[in-house]
Write a protein that binds this ligand. Structure first.
Ligand SMILES: CC(C)(COP(=O)(O)OP(=O)(O)OC[C@H]1O[C@@H](n2cnc3c(N)ncnc32)[C@H](O)[C@@H]1OP(=O)(O)O)[C@@H](O)C(=O)NCCC(=O)NCCS
Length: 271
C-alpha cells in the first residue's frame, strides 16, 4: 500500500519503543513539491495507517515547513513542539587561526565524552555511542580530514565534524553544500571564544573541497550556537518542524493495510 504518489513520499516508522511510538516524516525536498491539498491527502493517509496499526503517540516531521502547515497538522491533532533551522552562509568564510588536527582512531573515547557533555540536553546527538560513531565513519561521505579536533593543554576541547553534500538532487539539495555536521565545545571550555574559530576551521575545509555554500542544522532555541553562527554570517534558510499527537487506534477491517501476520506495518519509505 502506497501512502504517496510515485514522486512524493511520506515515511512512516513504528511502532518503536519509548515515549513516541510512531514517526511520520515528510522530508524538505518532498514538501516543496506538494500544495496544501496534496499535503492534506498524504497526512490523512499516513494518520489512517498509524491508527489502523493501533495508534499511540506519534511524531510528525514536516521539512521546509510552510506557514499554513500548523493549521493543517492541527486538523489531525498535531501540535508543534520543536523547530530545527537550516542556516546557510556563503563560502569562503573568514580564515581561522585556531589549531586543529584531523580525527584519528584513538580519539574515539575523547570525542564521545565531549559529545556527551556538550549535547546532554539533545534528544538524539547526546546519546551517540562508539558503534554509532563507527557506523557514521563507515559511510561513503566520511572524510577524516574534515573531522577537526582542537586541543587545549593536551585534552580535547572541541571538535567540528563536516560533511560535503555533492548536490544534484531536488531543491533544497540541488547545489553542492558543505555542512557543519556536528560541532561541540566541552562545557568546561565554552564561552571562551573557541566555537567561532572552530566553525571557521570547518568552513575552510569545506571550501577546500569545492562548495561555495555552507549549511548546518540548529535548534531554534540554541541561543549560544545561534549567536556564534549569526556572527559568522549564517542566515535562516528553512525550518523543519516537529509536531506530536496522541493518535487513538481503531479496529482494522479487511480493507485496511496489514503487515506480516496481520501485525503493524513498518514502512521505511512508501512510494
Ligand atoms: C555552540 C558552541 C559550539 C559554541 O562554542 P563556544 O566556544 O561556547 O562559543 P563562543 O565562546 O565562541 O561564543 C558563545 C556565544 O554564545 C553566547 N551565548 C552563550 N550562552 C548564551 C545564551 N544562553 N544566550 C545567548 N547567547 C549565549 C555568548 O555570549 C557568545 O556570543 P558572543 O561572543 O557574541 O558574546 C558550544 O556552546 C557548544 O558546544 N554547545 C553545545 C553543543 C551545540 O549546541 N552545538 C551546536 C549544535 S548546532
Amino acid at each position: 500500500m502506497g501512502v504517496a504518489s510515485a514522486a512524493v513520499a511520506i515515511e512512516i516508522s513504528g511502532p518503536n519503543d519509548g515515549e513516541v511510538a510512531w514517526t511520520i516524516e515528510l522530508p524538505a525536498a518532498d514538501r516543496l513539491t506538494l500544495d496544501t491539498g496534496e499535503l492534506q491527502d498524504r497526512l490523512a493517509a499516513a494518520v489512517a495507517t498509524v491508527r489502523a496499526a493501533g495508534g499511540s503517540t506519534c511524531r510528525l516531521w514536516i521539512g521546509h515547513v510552510e506557514p499554513s502547515d500548523d493549521a493543517l497538522a492541527a486538523e489531525f491533532g498535531f501540535t508543534a513542539y520543536r523547530d530545527l533551522w537550516q542556516l546557510r552562509a556563503p563560502l569562503p568564510a573568514a580564515p581561522s587561526d585556531l589549531a586543529v588536527r584531523p580525527f584519528e582512531p584513538g580519539d574515539t573515547d575523547a570525542v564521545l565524552a565531549v559529545n556527551r557533555r556538550a549535547f546532554g540536553w539533545h534528544p538524539e546527538q547526546g546519546a551517540m555511542t562508539a558503534d554509532d560513531l563507527r557506523a557514521r565513519q563507515a559511510e561513503p561521505w566520511y572524510d577524516a580530514a574534515g573531522f577537526l579536533l582542537h586541543e587545549l593543554e593536551g585534552r580535547l576541547a572541541g571538535f567540528c565534524w563536516t560533511k560535503v553534500h555533492p548536490g544534484g538532487g531536488p531543491p533544497p539539495g540541488d547545489i553542492p553544500v558543505g555542512e557543519i555536521y556536528v560541532i561541540a565545545v566541552d562545557p568546561a571550555c565554552q564561552g571562551r571564544g573557541i566555537g567561532g574559530p572552530l566553525t571557521l576551521a570547518g568552513l575552510a575545509h569545506l571550501h577546500s573541497r569545492g562548495p561555495t555554500v555552507a549549511m548546518l542544522y540548529v535548534e531554534s532555541d540554541n541561543a549560544a550556537a545561534n549567536a556564534v553562527y549569526r556572527r559568522l554570517g549564517f542566515r535562516h534558510h528553512h525550518t523543519n518542524r516537529a509536531y506530536v499527537a496522541a493518535l487513538s487506534g481503531r479496529a482494522r477491517d479487511h480493507t485496511e493495510p496489514a503487515g506480516a501476520n496481520g501485525g503493524p506495518r513498518r514502512i521505511e519509505r512508501a512510494d
